[in-house]
Design a protein around this ligand. Structure first.
Ligand code: ADP
Length: 167
């Protein structure tokens, strides 16, 4: 049977905007890095969206909080995820499901990606209960309205947000 060789490595890409990184993303990275031999956190350079943090700033924050995970790499990409996965030699794409609302779009994306590149299997992790309500969009909304998000994001993110939105 193909793919049963003992030396087969799981190289997974965890793609997203991470604008900004939340404790939910961090939990996904921690769990993904235990599952995969090598995990690439890949920041999507989305030209359409007006980001809160630059790709470099986002990479710095993710690097800061994952410095203790030796098998985690931080990178960024633009264009098609499956082409990026091929360039990186990845055989898996990691995504998180928070609620039924995530399921529909995630399923569509996973099926499309599988059609384009069957070699990369999408692996879904269910969000941890305590983070399942967290999204970058809500964090942005709270900080722009002057709220405190320190319980939802790592301290490095919370500090950068405070610098951007002094209360
Ligand atoms: P995108 O712009 O692709 O939605 P995000 O950074 O918001 O990027 O999310 C990247 C991935 O992380 C997605 O699969 C999303 O479902 C997952 N994710 C986001 N927030 C959480 C969370 N709180 N818990 C688990 N997974 C999450």
């Amino acid at each position: 049977m193909p793919g049963t060789s003992a030396d087969r490595r799981l190289v997974a890409i965890y793609p997203g905007s991470f604008d900004p990184l939340t404790n939910g993303h961090l939990d996904m990275i921690a769990r993904g890095s235990r599952l995969a031999d090598h995990l690439i956190v890949a920041i999507l350079k989305n030209m359409q969206k007006q980001p809160l943090f630059s790709v470099e700033e986002r990479a710095e924050m993710i690097r800061d909080v994952t410095s203790n995970c030796s098998n985690v790499e931080i990178d960024s990409f633009e264009g098609l995820l499956v082409e990026y996965a091929a360039r990186k030699g990845a055989n898996a794409i990691l995504r998180g499901i928070r609620a039924v609302s995530d399921y529909e779009s995630e399923l569509q994306m996973a099926l499309l990606n599988r059609r384009m590149r069957p070699e990369a299997e999408t692996i879904f992790l269910m969000a941890a209960e305590e983070y399942s309500f967290l999204s970058s969009r809500m964090i942005k909304e709270i900080v722009t309205l002057g709220g405190d998000v320190s319980q939802f994001v790592p301290p490095v993110v919370s500090n950068r947000l405070r610098a951007k939105f002094p209360r």
